[in-house]
Design a protein around this ligand. Structure first.
Ligand code: SF4
Length: 305
């Protein structure tokens, strides 16, 4: 079956079933192109909370589909590949964060959206890379101790850019954290006219070389508005698809070939096709867990308006 034939069927089923396809920027281009909406974690969460569709097919990783289910509990949320997880989300488990909460009842827990629903139930508020600085500032005014996790890199970046002291969970994205300063220096030598921009999941040494730091959506907006013609990209390779679509006259170079999230790339067009056709791989969350976990996501959306 060709890609075009699959697209025809998928579009037909979307109408018949009243389904919407949400895709993260790190998905393959074939999937981004058939999605109704492509975005970063914050934008996708906002979209999931507002859609009238009966079925949400979430092309991304497990915690993202879970977040969509938290926000749309009555809807059928499907994840084309159930095994698509997130290395960073796996670095925080429910037992440890529950223990932390019990031992630190007065601490504010701010949790990166890259976390399981089971962990989110212990958080005061969620954050994404788009809104982390603003939300941390907001809670800092309460003058209490703040734990931020699981991404220590985004937490370190937030501390550097505010006067807020955070306790950091020892988690990270293996993909972004794998970028080295030498990768940036090599890419800059190879492309002397290009500007290096990066995602805050990279470590601080790498970020110190960047002329702009932002979430995937912010990086796309930045290159689109910029007068510059060449960019070295310090985030997952999938983002270049949208950058090239929006900016056919500009050139984008990935800072390291290792910036490929294998979890995100597990989803192929065939998986999306079969998932929507058969309505398989539905996300379920324990009702009690969902009731508690949704509060921190709702709080984030309220603070991000
Ligand atoms: S790129 Fe990193 S943080 Fe994002 S889904 Fe993949 S492993 Fe998780």
């Amino acid at each position: 079956m060709t890609k075009e034939e699959m697209y025809l069927d998928i579009n037909k089923w979307k109408k018949e079933k009243n389904a919407i396809i949400l895709a993260h920027y790190y998905q393959d281009g074939d999937i981004q192109d058939i999605a109704d909406y492509v975005g970063d974690s914050l934008a996708l969460a906002q979209k999931a909370s507002k859609t009238d569709a009966k079925i949400i097919v979430f092309c991304g990783v497990h915690f993202m589909a879970e977040t969509a289910k938290l926000l749309s509990p009555k809807k059928k949320v499907l994840l084309p590949v159930m095994e698509a997880g997130c290395v960073m989300a796996d670095m925080m488990n429910e037992k440890d964060i529950k223990k932390y909460r019990e031992e630190n009842p007065d601490t504010i827990i701010l949790m990166y959206v890259n976390s399981t629903a089971a962990c989110k139930q212990y958080a005061d508020c969620c954050v994404t890379s788009s809104n982390a600085l603003g939300i941390i500032d907001y809670y800092a005014k309460e003058g209490k101790k703040i734990l931020y996790g699981p991404d220590k890199n985004l937490g370190s970046y937030a501390m550097k850019n505010s006067n807020v002291q955070l306790d950091l969970w020892n988690g990270f994205c293996g993909i972004h954290n794998g970028v080295k300063v030498s990768d940036v220096e090599d890419a800059m030598k190879l492309h002397p006219n290009a500007e290096f921009i990066a995602h805050p999941e990279c470590n601080l040494d790498v970020l110190s070389k960047a002329s702009y730091i932002g979430s995937t959506k912010q990086l796309i907006e930045y290159v689109t508005k910029s007068d510059k013609k060449e960019f070295i990209i310090g985030t997952e390779m999938g983002v270049i698809h949208e950058m090239e679509k929006k900016n056919p006259d500009k050139k984008f170079y990935l800072v390291s070939p290792r910036l490929k999230c294998y979890e995100m790339k597990l989803t192929r067009l065939e998986d999306l096709y079969n998932c929507l056709k058969n309505e398989t791989n539905e996300i379920f969350i324990d009702e009690e867990v969902a009731k508690k976990a949704v509060k921190c996501v709702d709080k984030m959306l309220e603070l991000s308006k």
